[in-house]
Design a protein around this ligand. Structure first.
Ligand code: NI
Length: 228
C-alpha cells in the first residue's frame, strides 16, 4: 500500500497499532538508515560492509502477475530471506506502507508492511492469514505502489487479528488497528490477486476509468502480446 495525502482527509495520522502479541522487529534485510545508492543497487551499511541488494521493479497495473493467486511459502530458507529483504527495501525505497511479493513479480504469500510509518516498524509476513476482522468498516483513502497515480476511498475493517510466520518460521499472532490494519488488509488482498480498485464503489470507479484505461494502454504498448 502507499501512503497518500498526509494531513488531508482520509488517512488517519499514523499511530502504532495495539499489537497484542507483537513480534520482535524483523531485522533481516531492513536496510533502513544510512543507505547509499549506487544506481539500482543499495549498499547496506552496518551489515558487514559487503551486502548489496537490488531495489526491484514494482509491477504496475494491469500486469497479469497482480491477478495471480499466490502460492504458500513452503520453505523459509536463505533464498526466501533474501527475497524478503529485497521486498522490504523496495517498499522503503518507494516510500510505501506495504508491498506484496506479487508486486515484484513473485506470486508467493509474502508481504512487507510498515506497522508504524511515523517510527518505521516494517514487518515481513510469511503466509499471513486474517482470522478476525473487528468493527464496522470505514471508508478511507488508499493508494497502491502498483497504481502510482491513483487514490480512492476503500472500505476496510478498522481492526484485524491475523497470524503470519516470521523469517525464522515462527507463527505469530498480531492484533492491529488503524493504518496498520488497513495496510495488512490491502497487502493480503494482493496475495489473492485482488487490487484496491476492485473494492471501490461504482461512482468512484467511474471517475477512475480514464486513468485505468491509460494504464492499460501504457502497459499494452510496453508489453505487446501480453494479455492482462
Ligand atoms: Ni497495493
Amino acid at each position: 500500500m502507499r501512503e497518500v495525502s498526509s494531513g488531508g482527509a482520509g488517512w488517519p495520522n499514523p499511530r502504532p497499532g495495539p499489537a497484542g502479541k507483537r513480534a520482535p522487529p524483523v531485522r533481516a534485510g531492513s536496510g533502513g538508515a544510512g543507505r547509499h545508492k549506487f544506481g539500482p543497487l543499495v549498499f547496506r551499511a552496518g551489515s558487514g560492509g559487503t551486502s548489496f541488494l537490488a531495489i526491484l521493479t514494482i509491477r504496475k497495473y494491469p500486469d497479469p502477475v497482480l491477478r495471480e493467486m499466490s502460492r504458500p511459502v513452503a520453505v523459509i530458507d536463505a533464498k526466501l530471506r533474501r527475497l524478503a529483504a529485497d521486498l522490504l527495501d523496495t517498499m522503503l525505497d518507494a516510500g510505501g506502507l506495504g508491498l506484496a511479493a506479487p508486486q515484484i513479480g513473485i506470486p508467493l504469500r509474502l508481504a512487507a508492511v510498515d506497522f508504524d510509518p511515523g517510527k518505521r516498524d516494517p514487518r515481513i509476513l510469511v503466509n499471513p492469514l486474517i482470522t478476525r476482522r473487528i468493527g464496522r468498516k470505514e471508508l478511507k483513502e488508499e493508494g497502491c505502489l502498483s497504481f502510482p497515480e491513483l487514490r480512492s476511498q476503500v472500505k476496510r475493517s478498522p481492526r484485524v487479528i491475523f497470524r503470519a510466520q516470521d523469517l525464522t518460521g515462527k507463527m505469530l499472532e498480531y492484533d492491529v488497528e488503524g493504518l496498520a490494519a488497513r495496510a495488512v488488509q490491502h497487502e493480503l488482498d494482493h496475495l489473492d490477486g485482488l487490487l484496491f480498485v476492485d473494492k471501490i464503489g461504482p461512482s468512484d470507479k467511474q471517475s477512475l476509468r480514464r486513468e485505468l484505461a491509460e494504464m492499460e494502454l501504457a502497459y499494452a504498448e510496453l508489453h505487446p502480446g501480453d494479455r492482462p
